[in-house]
Design a protein around this ligand. Structure first.
Ligand SMILES: [Zn+2]
Length: 73
């Protein structure tokens, strides 16, 4: 009774030289995409770049912050 381990045959990977997909991180084409987020009773502007505006009591002010950030960069 010998251990009859039969190795499963794996098809060898054929190295196919071809165009590789470039690992380009997805970036927002328009740069800053701003929106507003509510935090409790406050509202603040957030951007796709990671920027966040100051917490405002009104959504209108937060939206103005977002607009100003988007236009000024
Ligand atoms: Zn931004």
């Amino acid at each position: 009774m010998d251990p009859h381990t039969k190795a499963t045959q794996i098809a060898p990977f054929t190295a196919v030289p071809g165009p590789r997909h470039p690992a380009v991180p997805a970036q927002a084409p328009t740069g800053h995409i701003t929106s507003t987020a509510e935090r409790g009773s406050f509202c603040l502007a957030v951007c796709s770049c990671g920027w966040t505006g100051p917490a405002r009591r009104s959504r209108d002010l937060a939206r103005k912050d977002a607009t100003r950030h988007g236009t000024e960069g």
